[in-house]
Design a protein around this ligand. Structure first.
Ligand code: BEZ
Length: 371
């Protein structure tokens, strides 16, 4: 089997395939855990109370279990539990969606009003009409370490990983795929494409439904460190009047990390986007920091650009290529996929080895789009 793109999804796919006894060649155009795609930034939210749709919750339960298994025995866990807050007004997508997932799946949770939120989590200065779902199992993953862990586990099962090798083209026919890169030619029975924001390049059939979008993350200096530790400050998604923000406690590097979904709505190509944080970028994030997290309204310590690869309905794509059943298309994930990498790796192995999976991935079929 050949896997193209060894980021969050590809490293997990390589591991699960190799662990099932498959011969795996995984090709990555950059280095492992690079910062040019959608699988970096030191921390990534993982949460069970999925406001996007309750149907994701069973996949999330399995994702949590697989991340824990992958991190077993490591000095530092891959998954840090902080609890999670999904905040918005009554009727908002984030608050109502999160509560619905909790109720439908019997997840432990509490509903807090603005006063309770501020009293319990002093980093917050929420609007007076805010409501929050607090779900204690949420937290963050350390994405670069997750990729390295999956890659090492894949290699321990015999997978071969080439870095600095870029896909040029592939042709599939009669149960075989021929893959040409800038360093060689390979053949395999199946090809798994996990190319994140490069998917429209490597699988042009998807181009009509994909938009790669520039994102910016900022780490802001904190004056009140005690309020922003992982023990005191849950990860959050907050649907505010300025847009929907997400954030993290201080971890690993100084600063409170915050981003805004669909930051400045800029469609880009991953090889040609501006990765600097401009004053306009900083303004988008600082507006929320000043108003809702004043204890973190210090200097912008650092920033990172990354990408969402959006589908029209912002749900994932996991399906066979319409023109080539030997090719499995995995990702894009519309910005919210990293937490699922562990279980999507398992799904890839199910589909490649058994031709089917017990996980419900019906939502991710390509047939929902007119291609
Ligand atoms: C998430 O929690 O799923 C998420 C956070 C930030 C950006 C996109 C998704």
């Amino acid at each position: 089997m050949i896997v193209v793109g060894v980021g969050g999804m590809g490293s997990a796919a390589a591991y699960h395939l190799a662990a099932r006894g498959q011969r795996v060649l995984a090709l990555e155009q950059h280095t492992l855990a690079h910062g040019f795609g959608s699988s970096h930034g030191l921390t990534r939210i993982i949460r069970l109370a999925y406001f996007e749709d309750p149907s994701y919750v069973p996949l999330l339960r399995r994702a949590f279990a697989l991340w824990r298994a992958l991190g077993e025995g490591m000095d530092e866990p891959l998954l840090h539990v902080t609890g999670g807050l999904d905040v918005g007004r009554a009727g908002s997508v984030v608050f109502e969606g999160s509560r619905r997932s909790c109720v439908e799946h019997g997840l432990p949770h509490e509903v807090l009003d603005a006063g309770q939120l501020a009293a319990r989590f002093p980093g917050w200065t929420p609007p007076s009409d805010a409501l929050a779902v607090y779900q204690p199992d949420a937290g963050f993953l350390t994405p670069e370490r997750c990729i390295l862990a999956h890659a090492a586990a894949a290699q321990a099962h015999g997978a071969i990983i080439h870095t600095g090798e870029r896909l040029r083209s592939y042709t599939a026919a009669h149960g075989s795929v021929r893959v040409e890169t800038d360093r060689g030619v390979y053949t395999a029975a199946q090809l798994v494409l996990t190319a994140g924001p490069w998917m429209a390049d490597v699988a042009p059939v998807l181009a009509p439904v994909l938009v790669a979008e520039r994102q910016m993350l900022g780490w802001f200096d904190v004056s009140d460190h005690a309020a922003f530790t992982p023990a005191a400050f849950p990860v959050f998604v907050f649907e505010a009047e300025e847009g929907t923000f997400y954030g993290f406690p201080e971890y690993d590097v100084p600063g409170f990390k915050i981003g805004k979904y669909h930051h400045r709505a800029e469609a880009v190509h991953p090889d040609r986007m501006d990765r600097r944080c401009t004053p306009d970028d900083e303004h988008v994030l600082r507006e929320a920091v000043t108003r809702y997290f004043p204890g973190a309204d210090g200097a912008l310590r650092s920033s990172a650009a990354c990408l969402f690869t959006n589908t029209p309905d912002e749900h994932f794509i996991i399906d066979r290529a319409p023109d080539a059943p030997e090719v499995l298309l995995v990702s894009p994930c519309s910005g919210h996929g990293f937490k699922f990498c562990s279980v999507i790796g398992e799904v890839c192995a199910d589909l490649v080895v058994d031709g089917r999976t017990a996980h419900d991935i019906s939502r991710f079929r390509l047939s929902r789009f007119a291609l």
